[in-house]
Each structure stands twice: as structure tokens, then as C-alpha cells.
Ligand binder design. Structure first.
Ligand SMILES: [Zn+2]
Ligand SMILES: [Zn+2]
Length: 260
């Protein structure tokens, strides 16, 4: 029913019974699939080892814009994202909010990811914060629309969302939308067409209301879904159906289990 389009299962700390129990309770809460997103190529193997046993968890590979101390050259990136189990390229992107001083290396890394995505025809997972124009310019300049992708944990303006959607991008909304301080984002989400919308937790960070202060888990994607359904004045079932369909449309290398 639900999918968590973006989580970091390998980064969970509060898991006394292991990742297995987190995946199981997500399943019990009708979260049928989770995309576990890499934040560095160096750590990829460790992440993959932790989640490869689960049929309902897929993986991506890439270097997070804030992890440029782990940057790698294009060939290394391409080799890792070429692996058959890797369904998407990222997370990559530009974050000038937390790290404006690494702008130039972030840009080089982002362009490498776009090129790898184009070369392999795998979708991009993009993290963008306070870097609207540079993000859009890079996507346009390097023809990212031929591979498509998602702006994950979106918190930017409606104008940016509109421009990105014109380039074929999806917009993924995390639990931030449920925060009291997120009025502007809530207005933006109301305007984003359902056919371009994905939902995520970005777990273990950013637990949605009413779980704030706790470690975030994929099962809380339900709370994100409930909040957005209310904003958009539709049923949770409808929101779940559309965002799940969108997920499999974008991440088309993931085999959909029709039985769930
Ligand atoms: Zn991110
Ligand atoms: Zn992330």
C-alpha cells in the first residue's frame, strides 16, 4: 500500500532487535517497499550488506552533497551505480544551506551523478537546499530530463517545484510537511499535482508529527501520508495508491510485488 521512497536503514541507531524488526514493523503498517539510499560510495558495501536480505528493500548508490570528504571520481561512481541491484543514482545534489563552502566540489559531483544516470538510464535522487538555480541549471545543462528523477525531502519554493516537474522530476515530501513551522511547504504541497508526488521518511532523521523527538522509521511514512491526504482533501487510500504507483513508475527497475 505505502512505500517509503527514501530512507537510510543503515543509519538507524535505536534498533535493539536489528534492521529486521524495523522492516517487519514497516510491513505490518502496510509499507510494502522501502528505498534505502546511499550517502557515499565508500559506505555503499556496508549498507548493501545490511539490507540485501530483504525483498522489500531496494538500494541506490551515490555521494551525498554534504559528504564531499567522501567524494570519488567518475569511474568509481559509475562502477558502483552500474551494479545490477542499484536502482537509482544518489543521493546527490547541492546543499548550500549547510555547506556553501563546498559549492564547487558539490557541483562537480552532481554533474558526475547526472552523467552516470544518463549513461545507465537510472533515475536520479536529488537533495537540494538553498541552491535552486544551480540545481535547475545543472539538470537542464546536462539533460537530466532524459533519465528523470526526484527532488527528495523537498522544502523549496513552488516555483522550483514547477520548473523541476517540467524537467520530468517528481517531488518527494517528508515528515517536515507536518511540522508547525512548515506553513509555506504545506501550501506548496497543495499545489503539487498528485501524479508527480512521492512520499518518504528520510529516516532516521525528521520524524513526522506525532513522533517528533524519536528516531524516524519507515513505518512513519503512514503519518506523512495521512497529513498530505488531509492537506489535499483526499482519502489516505487514494494518496497511497497514487504515490505508490508513481514510485514504481520512476524506479522502474524495482519489481513490483502484485500480491501486496
Ligand atoms: Zn537528503
Ligand atoms: Zn537522505
Amino acid at each position: 500500500m505505502f512505500v517509503d521512497s527514501h530512507c537510510h536503514l543503515d543509519k538507524l541507531k535505536d534498533v535493539p532487535n536489528g534492521i529486521q524488526s524495523v522492516v517487519k514493523s514497516a510491513q505490518e503498517q502496510k509499507v510494502e517497499h522501502m528505498l534505502c539510499v546511499a550517502t557515499s560510495v565508500r559506505e555503499y558495501e556496508d549498507m548493501y550488506d545490511k539490507v540485501k536480505g530483504f525483498d522489500n528493500v531496494s538500494v541506490s548508490c551515490g555521494v551525498h552533497p554534504l559528504h564531499q570528504d567522501d567524494a570519488c571520481d567518475y569511474e568509481t561512481l559509475l562502477a558502483c551505480v552500474s551494479r545490477p541491484e542499484v536502482v537509482a543514482v544518489g543521493e546527490t545534489g547541492l546543499d548550500y544551506h549547510y555547506s556553501a563552502d563546498t559549492k564547487e566540489v558539490q557541483k562537480v559531483s552532481f554533474v558526475d551523478h547526472i552523467k552516470a544516470a544518463n549513461a545507465l538510464d537510472k533515475p536520479l535522487i536529488i537533495h537540494t537546499r538553498n541552491a535552486q538555480q544551480d540545481t535547475l541549471n545543472a539538470l537542464k545543462q546536462h539533460k537530466a530530463e532524459s533519465t528523470k528523477g526526484v527532488l527528495h525531502c523537498f522544502t523549496e519554493s513552488l516555483e522550483m517545484a514547477n520548473e523541476a516537474m517540467e524537467l520530468g522530476m517528481y517531488i518527494s515530501i517528508s515528515g517536515i510537511v507536518s511540522f508547525k513551522s512548515a506553513k509555506e511547504l504545506q501550501d506548496t504541497v497543495k499545489q503539487i499535482p498528485l501524479e508527480k508526488l512521492l512520499i518518504e521518511t528520510d529516516s532516521p532523521w525528521l520524524a513526522p508529527v506525532p513522533h517528533r523527538g524519536k528516531e524516524n522509521k519507515p513505518e512513519y511514512v503512514r503519518d506523512v501520508a495521512h497529513f498530505i491526504a488531509e492537506l489535499k482533501n483526499i482519502s489516505v487510500q487514494e494518496l497511497a495508491k497514487v504515490t505508490t504507483d508513481n514510485f514504481y513508475e520512476l524506479f522502474s527497475l524495482i519489481k513490483r510485488d502484485k500480491n501486496v
